[in-house]
Structures are given as structure tokens and as C-alpha cells.
Design a protein around this ligand. Structure first.
Ligand code: ZN
Length: 144
């Protein structure tokens, strides 16, 4: 296997139970910086971007492969453009962050595998909640 220089040395992208994801090769401690994102800064979110601030998103190759979890083990440090461990992480563990916590509005909403909730982004989720109180259920239009 050739070494993929786009991925930090302590991480690897491979097939997991959620499809392709990012896994550790070594153990990390809570509070450790996992890696720094390097890539193009853009104004609008894409399917693979990570939000760093208002109208500020980054396209990083590795970050674009990190799956969502409602019980994440890492989080985004927006000021440092990095990912930090929020718990101790073993070697060969999949790293995941909570898209709903970091992103305001996802370019591609989806249903979470673990809880079945629709993941749309934090801001949009709040708007949805308000709307849901009036309409009781979701339909395609509530996502727009
Ligand atoms: Zn979930």
C-alpha cells in the first residue's frame, strides 16, 4: 500500500461499520490535538467541509472523511483549525465528531444511523424544532 500523504501519519482512512471513515493508528489522550486541517477556506458549506466560523468553512481531505456521531470522541477547535480529542482514544478506533454541534446548516442533511434523527446542522435544527411544534412532522419542505 502506498502512503497517502494527504492523511496525517497517526491516522488512516479505511472501511468501517459506517462505510469509509478515519481511524487512529496510535492512542490519544483527552485534550490532545489530533491534527490540523489544511485546505481551501470557502464561504459556503459542502458535503465534505468543516465549519470554522460564520461563512467560513474548510475543505480538508482527511476531515472530509470523518463520520458523524451523536456520541463523538473528537471536536473541532475552530480557532486552531484543528480536531481535539474529547475522550481518551485507543489505537484503531474510529474518530467521529457531532456534525450537528459544529455545523450551522449541512449541505447534505441525512438521517443519523445511531439515533435516526435527521442531522441538518445546529441552526437549522433549532428552526426545525420551532416549525415542528406547528406542523408536527417533517416533510421535504421543512428542510428547505
Ligand atoms: Zn445519532
Amino acid at each position: 500500500m502506498t502512503k497517502d500523504t494527504r492523511v496525517p501519519p497517526d491516522l488512516v482512512i479505511k472501511e468501517g461499520i459506517h462505510g469509509e471513515g478515519v481511524f487512529t493508528k496510535v492512542a490519544f489522550k483527552r485534550g490532545d490535538t489530533l491534527f490540523q486541517m489544511k485546505g481551501k477556506i470557502i464561504q459556503h458549506p459542502t458535503r465534505t467541509s468543516v465549519q470554522l466560523g460564520k461563512d467560513k468553512h474548510i475543505e480538508d481531505y482527511t476531515a472530509g472523511h470523518i463520520n458523524h456521531s451523536c456520541t463523538p470522541n473528537i471536536k473541532v477547535n475552530r480557532a486552531k483549525h484543528s480536531f481535539e480529542c474529547i475522550v481518551d482514544i485507543d489505537a484503531n478506533e474510529e474518530i467521529m465528531f457531532d456534525y450537528n454541534e459544529n455545523e450551522e446548516s449541512l449541505a447534505n442533511p441525512f438521517y443519523c444511523e445511531c439515533c435516526g434523527r435527521i442531522i441538518v446542522g445546529k441552526k437549522r435544527q433549532e428552526a426545525l424544532k420551532k416549525k415542528r411544534n406547528k406542523t408536527f412532522h417533517l416533510n421535504e419542505n421543512t428542510l428547505k
